[in-house]
Design a protein around this ligand. Structure first.
Ligand SMILES: [Zn+2]
Length: 223
């Protein structure tokens, strides 16, 4: 019996219903549950293959609808298992845009990595989004994908009026996400920008200037 089959059995026993289980290896679907009249369809990330029984029982209770929210224990398990995932080899180098019209992300990234992190941050960086004003513009300046080990900086920042120190600040913020991981506390609350994160964020040389610049210019970035 494979581990997947074992998992299937445990879930069916605890959920008390027929489950069609698919194990995925996809960073964007950790868990999806769909109910049908005679069965429940579940897609579970392979990280659950190593989950202890107590986690699987909680998971089964959630899948069967006995409880409406994932328990803090399951969330914490997912969180730490996700941290060990590495899908960075799936990121194609040719898909990365590091050189902009006005700003060069790779230079800024390397400078910050050297200065603040002893070159310890292992990730790549790319522009994302549309440069022109377009439907779907968002207020997201930067993103960090942990499993992809990829920082994305919005193209709207690739404009001449955006100072280099501001882009550096956004990159620095996203790099901190690799260094200061998120966590769930015992009550299931999710902490993304932890105390330690905020403390280190202030160590950026132009932290105050960058915050002030954003307050003064936010309307120009996404106008
Ligand atoms: Zn953040």
């Amino acid at each position: 019996m494979t581990i997947g089959n074992q998992l299937h059995k445990i879930l069916e026993q605890h959920a008390n219903t027929r489950i069609k289980l698919r194990i995925n290896d996809n960073h964007s679907t950790v868990l999806s549950v769909r109910s049908y009249p005679d069965h429940i369809r579940v897609s579970l990330h392979r990280l659950f293959l190593t989950a202890p029984a107590s986690i699987l029982m909680d998971l089964a209770a959630y899948i069967s609808g006995k409880i409406r929210k994932l328990t803090p224990k399951v969330k914490a398990f997912m969180e730490s298992a996700m941290e060990r995932l590495d899908y960075s080899s799936r990121v194609k180098g040719s898909a990365l845009l590091t050189i902009g019209t006005h700003h060069n992300l790779i230079n800024l990234f390397e400078e910050i990595n050297h200065r603040y992190f002893d070159n310890e941050v292992k990730c790549r960086v790319t522009w994302f989004g549309r440069k022109s004003r377009a439907a779907g513009s968002s207020a997201t300046l930067g993103l960090y994908s942990h499993p992809m080990k990829l920082i994305k900086i919005h193209r709207r920042l690739d404009q001449p009026f955006v100072p280099e120190y501001f882009i550096s600040y956004v990159i620095y913020h996203e790099m901190l996400h690799q260094v200061c991981p998120t966590y769930h506390d015992a009550l299931g609350r999710h902490y993304v920008h932890t105390k330690e994160f905020k403390r280190r964020e202030k160590q950026f040389e132009y932290f105050h200037e960058a915050s002030q610049w954003l307050d003064d210019n936010e309307h120009l970035i996404f106008n």
